[in-house]
Design a protein around this ligand. Structure first.
Ligand code: NAD
Ligand code: GLY
Length: 365
């Protein structure tokens, strides 16, 4: 059965459809677009094309498909150019539509290409990783990485629809499922203590009967946050709360080299560090910090760096974070499990360095 959730953004509102066998919904939309004289193209990666070739064929029939290399390295200027050239080669005009079928890499890259090509065409998200289902396919943040940092070029461009079928996760490697769980745990920490408690009681797996409901809950939490602060402009809180752990994570990803840590793995280390920072400023107790670490560990996620990174390199990356205001990073910290706030005052570089050291960073390599 197809169940929908709407992201309410006035003229940019769109449905998130949940259910098994959503392929026929996608196909009906594709057929309707083509019948209206519009061109449809598909962007995916090699793993998804390899594992779900039949489903792609059923959803998109003869629509042209661009298949890119899998992995974070694909969120690059070079691949961005490849997607734009593909759209031009397929003669898409402004009525064209792009379907991004894959994880967050394909969704972010495809969304940014859709935002830029002819100054903006429609796109749809068909997420195939847990991370993309609970986070990146919803909310319209699109972009690519630059050598200088993660997600430094991009655009807000909302999809026209999101199709979430958790059945697609059956082929997802366990490590990738765990990486998606980092974002699920993030939602519990920042806005749903009951979700966090549920994960504490029993780790969620791809076989859990409650998986689809948890994915939907995460989308609901994200949709409400995005509706209230679509462009992350709120002075306090707002959409920035979704970046819990991410200032640490982005620094780790950049310092270690993109691809060394899966994004969700870096987020897991970042969530642990954010817990420690929240404790350091007197917001949460050591017991709550330990609960955060325990849930992350129970979901096969790291809470410490696998190999040491230099504190100085991590701090340089932190200083380049998009959330930096007046030279200081604005961190997301926990007031308690289930409630987060943004905080700049009272957080010193020494505190942040101490969190990195606690995660295994060192003063010299
Ligand atoms: P990903 O897109 O690299 O996918 C992970 C791996 O799983 C890839 O190797 C992919 O080929 C493979 N894969 C995908 N679906 C599969 C399936 N069903 N079966 C088997 N293999 C499959 O990574 P990701 O974790 O989905 O996304 C990470 C990216 O998302 C990062 O770049 C991050 O910055 C971005 N992100 C964006 C937002 C946002 O709001 N836009 C939010 C969170 C994360
Ligand atoms: N993943 C952060 C955001 O969508 O704002």
């Amino acid at each position: 059965m197809v169940k929908a959730l709407t992201v309410n953004l006035n003229e940019r509102s769109y449905p998130i459809l949940f259910g098994s066998g959503l392929g026929s919904e996608v196909r009906a939309n594709v057929d309707a677009l083509i019948a209206a004289g519009r061109r449809v193209v598909v962007l995916t990666d090699r793993n998804v094309a390899g594992q779900h070739g039949r489903a792609l064929q059923a959803m998109f029939a003869a629509a042209p498909v661009l298949v890119l290399q899998a992995g974070e390295e694909t969120k690059s200027l070079a691949d961005f150019g490849r997607v734009l050239d593909f759209l031009a080669a397929q003669h898409l005009d402004r009525t064209g539509a792009l379907f991004a079928v894959g994880g967050g890499v394909i969704g972010d890259l495809g969304g940014f290409a859709a935002a830029s090509y002819l100054r903006g065409i429609e796109f749809y998200q068909v997420p195939t990783t847990l991370l993309a289902m609970v986070d990146s396919s919803v909310g319209g943040k699109t972009g690519i990485n630059l050598a200088a940092g993660k997600n430094l070029a991009g655009a807000f461009h909302q999809p026209r629809g999101v199709y979430i079928d958790t059945g697609l996760l059956a082929t997802l490697p366990a490590r990738e499922f765990a990486a998606g769980m980092a974002e699920v745990i993030k939602y519990g920490l920042l806005g749903d203590a009951e979700l966090f408690a549920q994960l504490e009681r029993a780790p969620l797996t791809v076989a859990s009967p409650g998986l689809a409901a948890v994915v939907r809950r995460c989308c609901e939490l994200k949709a409400r946050i995005v509706e209230a602060d679509e462009r992350e402009l709120a002075k306090e809180g707002g959409r920035a709360l979704l970046n819990l752990g991410h200032t640490f994570a982005h620094a780790i990803e950049q310092s270690a080299g993109y691809g060394t840590y899966l994004h969700g793995e870096a987020v897991a280390v970042g969530l642990s560090a954010a817990g420690r920072l929240s404790q350091e400023i007197g917001f949460i107790s050591a017991r709550e910090t330990a609960r955060i670490d325990a849930v992350l560990t129970a979901h096969a996620l790291p809470i410490r760096l696998r190999a040491p990174l230099a504190v100085s390199a991590l701090m340089t990356a932190v200083a380049r974070d998009k959330k930096v205001r007046a030279g200081l990073p604005r961190f997301v910290v926990l007031q308690k499990i289930g409630a987060a706030v943004t905080r700049q005052d009272g957080i010193t570089p020494a505190m942040v360095e101490a969190c990195f050291r606690a995660a295994g960073a060192v003063d010299s390599l």
